[in-house]
Write a protein that binds this ligand. Structure first.
Ligand SMILES: *Cc1c(COP(=O)(O)O)cnc(C)c1O
Length: 385
């Protein structure tokens, strides 16, 4: 057994990021400036998106994205219960109604057939979440959206970089939100990016910065640089140049980061496929997953312990793990407001009870990976039925 604790997802920050942050601090530009602008351009180019807006978090990318689409009171937005709470919070915060639908058993992504069934005259948008980095069934979702005139705002917090049928996630729906939180595939500590068409991104930019529009003085410089117009009751979630400094350097390393993730995933899947007690994650032929997480599902009928105990047993062997996610419909606020029961979304709930995410991060050495496998083998050997 290893003698030190293996953290679940520590960030990997190199000298390049540190130097870029120090240069930023010396430059005099702390808040949104040249580095934020450069990061937006580099990111849009990397994705192949028309335009990008850098903000303070992935959550804010979704919030200003929905606001820019005009989503508000009386509107419904269809999304998945198998996500982080903020996907659903942003809908709620804008006064719209989140409509949850169940997920596909294979990928745990939103089920397009359930989306089609939930569309009604109040539906304005669909928010698919590319869970664990595996793209959703986008052709089916795009088709539903086209037939009913709906927007698509993708939660791609896990899906940088990911491809669906050769196309990069970030170029598929109306808007796509990425997160650069400390545990994500690319990190700026806190941070996020919204990609989409230039016109919607400019509207989202106004929402992200107090609803201030510089349009008037850009057109009429006689007004002077002190002049601005407030056209919306906007939020305040612009990205700072300090965050962007991290992002600029992390983006350069992303291809090599992804290679390493895939190496770890290959080793995990090769070693874990043999266990009848586990179900390993899939990558469908038509996609390239970003492999943000490596969730295994326990076949509980083959074990004498439950998921919580499995996590404790890993911890006792110095291996950190986690659960992604506790479904939204069992969280108190949503359960009570909408009267949800666990079995309202049986695929989400039943899989939740079986999910454990194993460590998958860029700080792991090959021997750390073997330590995880050894710990899993040991727990299974001790607790198989
Ligand atoms: C991390 C995450 C978010 C939120 O991103 P922040 O940058 O922390 O706001 C949203 N959705 C999912 C699925 C996430 O994992």
């Amino acid at each position: 057994m290893r003698d030190s604790f293996l953290s679940f997802s520590p960030p990997l920050i190199g000298e390049e990021e540190i130097n870029e942050v120090v240069q930023t601090l010396r430059s005099g530009w702390l808040t949104t400036g040249p580095r934020a602008k450069q990061f937006e351009q580099d990111f849009a180019q990397f994705i192949g998106a028309d335009a990008a807006l850098a903000v303070h978090s992935g959550t804010h990318a979704m919030l200003v994205g929905l606001a820019a689409l005009g989503i508000g009171h009386g509107d419904e937005v269809i999304t998945t219960p198998m996500t982080f709470c903020s996907t659903v919070h942003v809908i709620e915060q804008l006064g719209a109604r989140p409509v949850l639908v169940d997920i596909e058993p294979e990928t745990l992504n939103i089920d397009p057939r359930e989306v089609a069934r939930a569309v009604c005259p109040r539906t304005r948008a669909v928010m698919p979440v590319h869970l664990y980095g595996h793209p959703c069934e986008m052709d089916a979702i795009l088709d539903i959206a086209a037939r009913h005139g709906l927007y698509i705002l993708e939660d791609a917090a896990h899906a940088l970089p990911a491809r669906y049928k050769g196309r990069m996630v970030g170029t598929l729906g109306t808007l796509t939100a990425f997160s650069f939180y400390a545990t994500k595939n690319l990190t700026t500590g806190e941070g996020g990016m919204l990609t989409g068409s230039a016109s919607i991104i400019e509207q989202a930019r106004t929402w992200s910065l107090h609803g201030m529009s510089r349009g008037a003085y850009q057109r009429n410089t006689a007004e002077g640089s002190w002049y601005y117009e407030v056209v919306l009751p906007g939020f305040k979630c612009n990205m700072t140049d300090i965050q962007a400094a991290l992002g600029l350097q992390q983006l350069k390393k992303l291809p090599q980061f992804q290679q390493r993730r895939k190496e770890i995933v290959r080793r995990y899947s090769q070693a874990l496929a043999e266990y009848e007690e586990l179900q390993i994650p899939v990558e469908r032929a038509e996609v390239e997953s970003a492999w943000h997480l490596y969730p295994v599902r326990l076949n509980l009928d083959r074990l004498t312990i439950d998921r919580a105990r499995f996590i404790e047993e890993l911890r006792a062997r110095n291996i950190g793990s986690s659960v992604h996610f506790i479904p939204i419909h069992v969280q108190l606020y949503y359960r009570d407001k909408y009267g949800y029961k666990p079995q309202d979304f049986p695929v989400a709930y039943d899989n939740y009870l079986r999910l454990v995410s194993l460590p998958l991060n860029l700080r792991m050495t090959d021997s750390d990976v073997e330590d995880v496998l050894e710990a899993v083998a040991d727990v299974l050997a001790e607790h198989r039925r």
